[in-house]
Ligand binder design. Structure first.
Ligand SMILES: [Zn+2]
Length: 370
């Protein structure tokens, strides 16, 4: 005698709750799959950046990924007790589903942020970024993370940098951010910056945010008895810093690092005027593709990047790009250099506006050299 088919193997009162539960599980799976895709897309540019970066950065990148992974996991670490409970009632099932969905959302973090990252990761190619620093400020974090999507306008623009990644938080919560409008400085006798700059080979890279020139070790400044090695210099248009409210055509930032990892940036403002011979050498070596370093066949005399007069303003600030790490010593030369309108327009074709808006000086001390 054949076994009779049981049409309703489960008590009818359990069918509806089970259907609801299955629906919830399906939703969760879809949400998790979407979250996975987003994370993969976001990690693409970072991974490609690591390939071309020095090992020290790759190591830090890993450290960051581990930290990020920990940060992502922690909100979900309190596992739901309902998971282990048997024979839940209808309302318990509803609660369970709500809890599960909340956990998935918590794991995903703020949804709009991740969407931005994913979009950027897919639509833009960011290359490796160059010279990094290391030390207590972790400025290399910023350089290593330059593969992540942030921008100078739109939803990934400066007003949202602090929300794009936990590592970028200083961009919105920092109290000593750069750039600032330099005014009301205390006039003092500042010791001259000793420039130990020499003709040097150089490589040019368009890193997706600016044109950057990387130089090998051997060029440095000494200030307050501390020696800072030049890592790289790069350009902003218009100038990020202002002097008594005035913004300049462009600015070049010469980024230095000392043995303890402290950063010192020398800013040279540039007005429209006579052609700048060193800027021309850099433009001559502009790479055809983003993220690819182009070695110049000629040497660059770094002294010619500096104005004749070396008085400067100085204050403590931050990186002007994510992660906006603070503790950066800024020295802004008072005399501006010049570049021709054509030279400015060449940069403008690549980056017409890559200047972070002015940040609140918050009563910081600014010294003005006489
Ligand atoms: Zn800069």
């Amino acid at each position: 005698m054949p076994t009779p088919i049981r049409r309703f193997p489960l008590p009818a009162r359990l069918v509806l709750p089970l259907l609801v539960l299955l629906g919830g599980v399906g939703l969760m799976a879809a949400a998790q799959a979407a979250s996975g895709r987003v994370e993969d897309a976001a990690s693409e540019p970072a991974a490609s950046a690591v390939e071309a970066l020095p090992k020290v950065i790759a190591k830090d990148e890993l450290k960051h990924k581990a930290a990020a992974a920990r940060a992502v996991k922690s909100p979900a670490s309190g596992a739901s007790a309902a998971e282990t409970k048997a024979a839940p009632t209808m309302s318990e099932l509803r609660n369970l589903i709500d809890q599960k969905i909340a956990e998935v959302r918590a794991r995903q973090g703020p949804a709009p942020t991740l969407k931005l990252v994913a979009k950027g990761g897919r639509s833009r190619k960011h290359g490796a970024v160059a010279s990094a620093a290391s030390g207590p400020l972790s400025p290399q974090d910023g350089l290593a993370w330059q593969g992540e999507h942030w921008d100078y306008n739109g939803p990934a623009g400066p007003q949202n940098w602090g929300r794009l990644k936990p590592e970028f938080q200083s961009c919105s919560t920092g109290k000593r951010q750069s750039p600032i409008d330099i005014r009301d400085g205390i006039k003092v006798q500042l010791e001259p910056i000793q420039f130990d700059y020499h003709p040097t080979p150089f490589q040019v890279i368009d890193n997706g945010h600016t044109v950057q020139v990387n130089v090998p070790p051997g060029n440095a400044i000494t200030v307050s008895g501390r020696r800072y090695e030049l890592l790289q210099f790069h350009f902003h248009r218009p100038s990020e810093e202002r002097i008594n409210g005035r913004q300049y055509e462009m600015v070049v930032h010469l980024v230095h690092k000392d043995a303890e990892g402290r950063l010192a940036v020398v800013a040279v403002l540039m007005d429209q005027g006579k052609e700048h011979p060193m800027v021309q050498l850099v433009w001559n070596s502009l790479p055809l593709e983003k993220g690819v370093e182009q070695a110049s066949p000629v040497m660059l005399d770094l002294n010619l990047m500096l104005p004749e007069q070396r008085q400067y303003y100085t204050y403590m600030g931050s990186l002007t790009t994510p992660p906006c790490s603070e503790g950066v010593l800024w020295m802004v030369m008072k005399q501006a250099a010049t570049l021709s309108p054509y030279q400015a327009s060449v940069f403008g074709r690549l980056y017409n506006n890559n200047a972070r808006p002015i940040q609140d000086a918050s009563g910081r001390l600014i010294k003005e050299g006489q």
